[in-house]
Design a protein around this ligand. Structure first.
Ligand code: SAM
Ligand code: CA
Length: 219
C-alpha cells in the first residue's frame, strides 16, 4: 500500500485496461487507423477517453469545446457520451489529420455532434465570444499547441458556464515541467501550471493520468 499514485508497469496497465475499458467498436477502429501514423503518440489513451466521457455524463454536458482534434479519438469519446443534441466545437488546423477521423465519427453515428472548425483555434474561440456565446459551454478539452494553452484557457473560461469544466492535457509533459525548462513548450506549461495553482477563478485537480491532466472547474 502506498499513499502515492501507483507507478504502472506493463502488467498493471494491462490489468487496468482489461478490467475497465469499454470502447465503442468505432473507437477501436480509429485507434487502429491511427496506430501507424507518424504522430500516433499525440492521441490520448483509451482510458483517458473513457474518463472524459464519464466527466461529460457527470456534468450533464451538452455544449463542449475541443482544441486539438488530430485524428479525432478524443472528440469521438466525448461525442459518444453527449446526448443526441449535444455538440463538440472541434478546433484544429489540419484537414490531413482530422479527415482520418470523420469516417469513424460517422460509423459511430455521432458525426452530427462534431462541428469541425479548420482554423487557428484562437480565431474560432474569439468568434464564438464575439457572437455572444459567453457562459454557454459546459466542458472544454485543451490539447493543441502548448504555447497557445494560456490563451485557450482564458477563452474557454469566458465561454464556460459557472460549474463548467476545463480539462488541460499534458500538464506533466513527460515530467519535464519539474526541472528548469529547456524549450518554449515546457516553459509555457510551467507558467500555466503556476498560474492555475493560484487562480481563484477555478477549483483544480492535477491528475497523473496519461501525460498529466489538469481539471479546472469554473467558480
Ligand atoms: N486530442 C487529440 C487526440 O486525442 O487524438 C490529439 C491532439 S494533438 C496532441 C494536437 C493537435 O493540435 C494537432 O492535430 C494539431 O493540428 C492541432 N493544432 C496545432 N496548432 C493549432 C492551432 N493553432 N489551432 C488549432 N489546432 C492546432
Ligand atoms: Ca495530448
Amino acid at each position: 500500500m502506498s499513499s502515492r499514485t501507483l507507478n504502472l508497469d506493463d502488467t498493471v496497465y494491462q490489468y487496468l485496461l482489461s478490467h475497465s475499458l469499454r470502447e465503442h467498436p468505432a473507437q477501436v477502429a480509429l485507434r487502429e487507423a491511427t496506430r501507424t501514423h507518424p504522430y500516433a503518440v499525440m492521441q490520448i489513451s483509451p482510458e483517458q477517453g473513457q474518463f472524459m466521457a464519464l466527466l461529460i455524463r457527470l456534468l450533464g454536458a451538452r455544449r463542449t469545446i475541443e482544441i486539438g482534434v488530430f485524428t479525432g479519438y478524443s472528440a469521438l469519446s466525448v461525442a459518444l457520451a453527449l446526448p443526441d443534441d449535444g455538440r463538440v466545437l472541434a478546433c484544429d488546423i489540419s484537414d490531413e489529420y482530422t479527415r482520418i477521423g470523420v469516417p469513424h465519427w460517422k460509423a459511430a453515428g455521432v458525426a452530427h455532434k462534431i462541428d469541425l472548425q479548420l482554423a487557428p483555434a484562437l480565431n474560432t474561440l474569439d468568434a464564438r465570444i464575439n457572437a455572444g456565446e459567453k457562459g454557454q459551454y459546459d466542458f472544454a478539452f485543451i490539447d493543441a499547441d502548448k504555447s497557445g494553452y494560456d490563451a485557450y484557457y482564458e477563452r474557454c473560461l469566458t465561454l464556460l458556464r459557472v460549474g463548467g469544466l476545463i480539462a488541460i492535457d499534458n500538464t506533466l509533459w513527460s515530467g519535464k515541467v519539474a526541472t528548469p525548462a529547456e524549450d518554449a513548450d515546457t516553459a509555457a506549461l510551467q507558467a500555466l501550471n503556476n498560474k492555475l495553482h493560484r487562480d481563484e477563478r477555478v477549483d483544480i485537480s492535477m491528475l497523473p493520468i496519461g501525460d498529466g491532466l489538469t481539471l479546472a472547474r469554473k467558480r
